[in-house]
Design a protein. Structure first.
Length: 418
């Protein structure tokens, strides 16, 4: 028997999962949900899961939990932009999100992902080592000349954006304008805060859409050694991608290879420097860099308060709750990564940790993040470069503040090179 509407909406524990305070510091709320109501019917009209086993099960079961039309979380602002005038922005957004391969099920998801994933093969990533290292060194040269600098705006913010833009084929002259506009579209993936912010985000999305369509047209006329040209070649050869799918793939890749990695590097360096014993251990033994990256991903998911969405295709019973066919299910990755049933002493940051199972930061199952290998690779090079240059780097910022526009990102982290 399905839960009644009254039962689904009742309960003393009913946090506002869109509240700024939750977005700024979600750990306590997520912990309470995990303990008291791990299969939580949110006041916002979706199920929110916080236990590791439940989250992993949903991610690995595309039959009962579909990604198609699974809601806006983790959605695709670029696809939003391409539709031009729409009778209703929300309805148009929902329709165009279906063009993102993150919002597809097999066989469409398999088809599009197979074309994109080759750009993130270990061989292709390794071939970019020299260029990525050069980007890191140039940024650290400039930052170090200041003595005291911001790990975010002087370093971590730029590394993945430069790399992602070069992989995709966004010219250096357009990189900053594209990044700024793309970032403003994030408001489309959240509840409407105001008509003004929504209108600004929608206009930014339309700008990004026009820009990418122009870029695609240019690459059709004159291919280059970049991902856009490679996807066009695959499309032309096999008719594998529609125009909307091509634009949507570019957006998804930019997010996977760019913005998420920036947060991973900045929050990772902050965590290491905020735990001096862990930093000293890593400086003394570089074999700890790999485990440190995994612990950074577990302890501070790049988008800690957000979730991955699925939609029930059938009625599913879980921990005494009944999720109806058609219900949206949100998988709390950050919450799952701190589940004490999956990780010993999960609130402790420990780069020597040897977990029995992987963190869910990059997801699991058929939608496992295509940019995960590149993100890890860039983070390793970045952390090693900082440790090589400044083993005694000192953290000045004790309590970093979240960016008021993007609460999954720190605004500044000031350090001092000795």
């Amino acid at each position: 028997m399905s839960l009644s509407t009254e039962t689904r909406e009742s309960g003393a524990l009913s946090p506002d999962l869109y509240d700024y305070d939750f977005e700024n510091d979600p750990v306590e709320t997520l912990g309470r949900l995990r303990r008291e109501d791990p299969v939580h019917w949110s006041r916002h009209g979706f199920w929110y899961l916080t236990r590791y086993d439940d989250c992993a099960m949903v991610l690995k079961d595309p039959v009962r939990f579909s990604s198609a039309a699974a809601g806006w979380g983790g959605g695709n602002p670029l696809a939003t932009a391409g539709g031009g005038a729409q009778s209703g922005a929300e309805q148009g957004l929902s329709r165009t999100l279906a063009q993102s391969f993150n919002q597809m099920d097999a066989p469409d998801h398999t088809r599009v992902r197979a074309l994109v994933v080759s750009a993130f093969s270990r061989r292709n990533i390794e071939e970019r080592r020299e260029r990525i290292q050069a980007v890191i060194d140039e940024l650290l040269d400039a930052a170090g000349a200041k003595g005291r600098f911001d790990l975010i705006t002087d370093f971590a913010f730029h590394v993945p954006i430069i790399v992602a833009s070069e992989i995709i084929g966004i010219p250096a002259a357009d990189r900053e304008a594209f990044r700024a506009a793309f970032e403003r579209t994030a408001a489309l993936m959240q509840p409407k805060r105001s008509e003004e912010s929504w209108a600004a985000a929608l206009e930014a999305g339309r700008w990004v859409g026009r820009y990418v369509r122009t870029l695609i047209a240019e690459r059709r006329a004159s291919p280059r050694d970049d991902l856009i040209s490679a996807l066009i070649a695959a499309e032309d050869e096999r008719g594998a991608l529609s125009e909307a799918e091509l634009a949507s793939a570019i957006s998804t890749i930019y997010t996977a290879a760019g913005t998420t990695t920036e947060r991973m590097i900045s929050s990772g360096l902050y965590l290491l420097l905020a735990h001096p014993d862990q930093w000293r251990a890593l400086v003394a033994d570089r074999a700890l860099v790999g485990p440190a990256i995994e612990e950074i991903l577990r302890f501070h998911h790049p988008t800690q308060s957000t979730s991955t969405n699925r939609r029930c295709t059938v009625e599913v019973s879980l921990r005494g709750k009944t999720m109806r066919a058609g219900d949206t299910v949100r998988v709390g990755l950050g919450a799952a990564n701190r589940d004490p049933e999956a990780f010993d002493d999960p609130e402790r940051f420990d780069i020597a940790r040897k977990p029995a199972q992987p963190a869910l930061s990059f997801g699991a199952g058929p939608h496992f993040c295509i940019g995960s290998a590149l993100a890890r690779f860039e983070a390793r090079l970045a952390i090693e470069a900082v440790a090589n240059r400044w083993p005694d780097l000192r953290l000045v910022t004790e309590h970093p503040v979240k960016d008021p526009r993007r609460h999954d990102r720190y605004r500044e982290i000031i350090v001092e090179a000795g």
